[in-house]
Design a protein around this ligand. Structure first.
Ligand code: CTP
Length: 418
């Protein structure tokens, strides 16, 4: 390992003694380590121990003027390659999540521009408390790597997750965090470089009145996985998404819509595209007259009539569009006669491929999918696999099919990956 610099913040918990072993492992692995000992941490290990093991001065207070003049806390937080908080107590993580800077450790954590790793150690109830769960989620969302604690007997006599992972495991995580990233292949070498991929995903919501709507069980996961796989393959990706709470995959342009008619308009606006993959579970019908007022019970016991009208078929219309993408892929969620229905649907809608799946189980919202790709030259049935793998298989097939074709007219050159 190259000589990497680690700033180790030792929090106040009984597991602080394991931080001494971690310092030893970092030194043995060729790393340079500077320790910051919190007031709580100093109740469990001494600055002398950490200084002797690290062969570096140990910092304990924000108000050490000598250090402030010679180095300053900002510099201390930035000269490291990685900041590791070990043990990260519930209190320390709460203050990190809230952005509090009331001692040297939390001030450094707020001032750093370097990656931060937290290694939690606490009582099982504290680890499982809603406040800690929330704080860990906040820290992870803001880019902090929070390791999972070990499970087992604790110093306090209870049993469960919350123990500090063994120092060797923490060292392995540090090495992984410091390992040089594999450079991404050059954009031109990626199979979908220079292509524009349009994906629809998720359900649509069709309003009944201002507070009610017609929906379906689509989670959007399969469509989002396809958008992500296409972006990773170098494509410019437009993801037209119905109402789902999924994060936008990296380097994907997302257009949020709610109704089928909004989805149809967003698809039209995204053209031209080289390929369209229509995964959305578009509502077949919408209410004929969704008014601006909430429907009220009238006391008669008779529910109001709900008149429905058919929504535009976005896939079929796209296939007839003069700007039809070179490859149009539809999905078909079926509960019986899966392949026969998919073959008929492919012909009826004019799609190149229909990816058919059996939704009689819990596919909608589930993590796996077993699909049949129905094309002009036959049916390719894939075994059940995670939706991400289905996405990769489909994107590989799309790339292979598009490779002899010229890109869509005004597709700008691929900007990704940076
Ligand atoms: N689709 C669409 N617009 C619609 C309905 C469906 O674009 N109004 C697309 C879906 O995104 C999917 C394909 O058509 O790619 C098939 O969807 P599915 O719901 O299985 O087809 P339907 O036309 O609704 O057929 P049916 O309900 O009769 O099975």
């Amino acid at each position: 390992m190259l000589q990497k610099r680690i700033l180790l913040i030792v929090g106040g918990g009984i597991a602080a003694y394991k931080a001494c072993e971690l310092v030893r492992l970092i030194r043995k692995g060729g790393g340079d380590v500077t320790c910051v000992l919190t007031e709580g941490g100093a109740h469990f290990v001494t600055a002398m121990t950490l200084a002797a093991l690290s062969e570096n001065p140990v910092h304990t207070t924000l108000w050490d003027l000598k250090n402030e003049v010679e180095m300053g806390h900002i510099q201390l937080s930035r000269q490291a390659d990685l900041v590791v908080v070990c043990p990260a107590t519930a209190d320390l993580m709460a203050r990190m999540a809230a952005g509090i800077a009331d001692d040297l450790a939390t001030t450094l954590l707020l001032a750093t521009d370097k990656p931060v790793m937290a290694v939690p150690a606490m009582n099982v109830r504290m680890w499982q408390h809603a406040a800690t769960v929330r704080n860990v989620a906040t820290l992870r969302a803001s880019g902090v790597t929070v390791l999972e604690p070990d499970e087992g007997a604790m110093a306090c006599g209870e049993f469960g997750p919350g123990r500090l992972p063994e120092p060797a495991a923490v060292w392995t995580a540090i090495e992984a965090a410091l390992a040089p990233r594999q450079p991404l292949p050059a954009a031109a070498a990626l199979p979908l470089a220079g292509r524009h991929v349009l994906v629809t995903a998720g359900p649509t919501h069709e309003p009944i009145d201002p507070v009610r709507y017609i929906a379906n069980r689509s989670s959007g996961r399969q469509g989002f996985a396809i958008a992500e796989a296409a972006a990773r393959a170098g494509a410019r990706v437009t993801l037209v998404a119905g109402p789902v709470a999924l994060p936008t995959p990296p380097r994907v342009v997302r257009v949020n819509v709610e109704t089928a008619r909004e989805m149809a308009a967003a698809v039209e606006a995204a053209l031209p595209a080289d390929v369209a993959v229509m995964v959305a579970a578009v509502a077949d019908w919408r209410t004929a007259d969704a008014g601006p007022h909430k429907l009220k019970k009238d006391g008669s016991g008779t529910p109001p009539p709900l008149a429905l009208v058919e929504n535009p078929d976005i896939l079929a219309n796209l296939c007839r569009n003069p700007r039809r993408p070179a490859l149009v892929v539809g999905f078909a969620a079926e509960t019986d006669d899966v392949i026969a229905h998919a073959v008929a649907k492919r012909a009826r809608k004019g799609a190149d491929w229909i990816v058919a799946n059996d939704v009689s189980g819990d596919v909608m919202g589930g993590a796996t999918n077993a699909v049949h790709i129905v094309a002009a030259d036959g049916v390719d049935s894939l075994p059940e696999m995670p939706k991400e793998h289905v996405a990769e298989a489909l994107v590989a097939r799309i790339a292979q099919t598009l490779s002899p074709m010229a890109p869509a007219p005004s597709t700008p050159p691929t900007e990704f990956p940076a």
